[in-house]
Write a protein that binds this ligand. Structure first.
Ligand code: DON
Length: 304
């Protein structure tokens, strides 16, 4: 084993005993995950992927799709048009809170569900499949391979997605998007149901770290400006109502998802991802957060 993988292995074993938290169960299909799974991956500037633990296990990307769909919206519409529909302020509220500005009805940021649904509504597309196709193609370009949707998680999410539908109707009542609510919400459910491994997430993270160029494929996925805008929003809003303390303690842009994935970015240095299904009260993975925090402390990743 190379020396970097040995360090990753050590970090993983250090956090393995943590057994606090609960697997997400509000989407029935997510509740079936093995809570003990644990994985870590890192990708450097030359695109070498190093991973340890349950690194081949696939899980649904969930909210970690949000920064990448934001990147696509920024590419298609530009920053000002995106900001007309969704803000960039931390909400200090849970991911599924209503979180709309009082007067405009604009969701406060693109990382909470209301803002993510508004962002998805900005993606061009004649129907659900067309819009979802563009989204999955973008996620795939970030990951450097073709990604697929887990149809059973999608079905489970759609069957229990009334709160997200309600948020979308509220947005439409404020004129935040004009298209049909149902189509947009189904595209959002489908983007959340894309299957990834911790290795895919680390490559996606590295693509943001290196200014929008995927270091594995060499392809430019988004502009340097879009990558920087996404990292800025992740820094202030990526960990929901723990975003401030995360920036304080860990100090890197990050995004979590309810499947237990966590993506963190060391700009110009490397992309990191960790995975473990048990979540804390904010909906962030307990062990994946501990892994990234330990790495940040060991490698001096704190940006400030
Ligand atoms: O909107 C939802 O409920 C999910 N599909 C995504 C939420 C999510 O991952 C929140 N993250 N911690």
């Amino acid at each position: 084993m190379d020396p970097i993988s040995a360090v990753l292995e050590r970090v993983l074993e250090e956090v393995r005993p943590l057994d606090a938290g609960e697997v997400a169960n509000y989407i029935p299909q997510l509740a079936t995950a093995d809570p003990d799974q644990l994985a870590l991956a890192v990708v450097g500037p030359r695109g070498r992927v190093r991973s340890v633990g349950d690194d081949r296990v696939q899980f649904t990307i969930q909210s970690i799709s949000k920064p990448f769909v934001l990147a696509l919206a920024l590419e298609e519409r530009g920053l000002d048009a995106v900001l007309d529909h969704v803000g960039a302020e931390p909400s200090g509220e849970p991911f599924n809170a209503i979180s709309l500005e009082d007067i405009t009805g604009r969701p406060v940021n693109p990382m909470v569900n209301a803002g993510a649904i508004a962002t998805t509504s900005l993606i061009e597309g004649t129907d659900v499949d067309d819009r979802t196709g563009r989204i999955v193609a973008t996620l795939s370009a970030f990951a450097g391979r073709s990604l697929w949707i887990d149809e059973s998680v999608y079905a489970s999410e759609s069957a229990t997605g009334d709160r997200n539908r309600a948020l979308a109707h509220l947005l439409r009542s404020h004129g935040i998007f004009e298209g049909p609510v149902d189509d947009t919400v189904e595209s959002y459910f489908r983007q959340c149901s894309v299957l990834v491994s911790v290795r895919d997430l680390a490559v996606m993270s590295a693509t943001l770290a290196f200014g929008g160029v995927n270091p594995v494929t060499g392809a430019r996925v988004v502009s340097e400006t879009s990558a920087r805008h996404v990292l800025s929003v992740m820094s202030s809003c990526g960990m929901y109502d723990f975003s401030g303390e995360w920036l304080l303690r860990v100090g890197v842009p990050a995004k979590s998802g309810v499947s237990g994935g966590l993506l963190a970015v060391a700009p110009s240095q490397f992309g990191v991802a960790a995975f473990s299904p048990r979540l804390d009260e904010h909906g962030n993975s307990v062990r994946a957060s501990a892994v990234v925090r330990t790495l940040s402390e060991s490698f001096g990743m704190h940006l400030l």
